[in-house]
Design a protein. Sequence first.
Length: 246
Amino acid sequence: MTARLAIELDRSSPVPLYYQVAEQISEAIRRGDLPPGSRLDNEILLADRLGVSRPTVRQAIRYLVDKGQLVRKRGVGTQVVHGQVKRSVELTSLYDDLRRAGQEPATKVLLLRSVPVDEEIAGVLGVAPGTEVTHLERIRYAAGEPLALLHNWLPMPLASLSAESLRQRGLYELLRSAGVRMRVANQRMGARAATAAEARLLDERRGAPLLTMVRTTYDDQGRAVEHGSHVYRASHYFLEVTLIER
């Protein structure tokens, strides 16, 4: 459904017109007048209706895309994004967190195979280079939207994994069911621009901001049981940390 907005511009104001347009669209999103998934008129129609230039409308939309409130989709147009996924930093899987938040997680398994591990991953997992490990590549969806691209490496044999089980359950849940007692993890967060391949898989534009997470999980005997390298859409995902004074 295409949403129509009541936008009033003050042409005598020193505030740029593009910013006035962007702020009023942003406020409509916050009020709920533009619910997630609603579409805006195309730039030509919106510019004509507001009596401003197309570059002004384009700049306003780009501003809101960069803020993570709007998203451009090929063949669909400009839409209000679904609410961001908030995730606390705990030893849980993304699947667990999404399900707990009622976000209807779904998984597409792109790769599940045994591979000889390179020196870097071998060092992390505590195995010799060339040792066969399980390599997974998955796309995780929330509310029907691609959210994250997940790469994992696990020592073999650790758990019996199949594409079907990975579509139905989270990786940590499968490991716990196999008797793996995960106790602690080292995690590093960062950010970078999406590659062309990542953008295609995550329905983003090339160069869009992505959050990165590299995590190694250990069991109660100190053995590495899983290593992950993941990227998340910054427009749909953020982490929350509670800080305590000591």
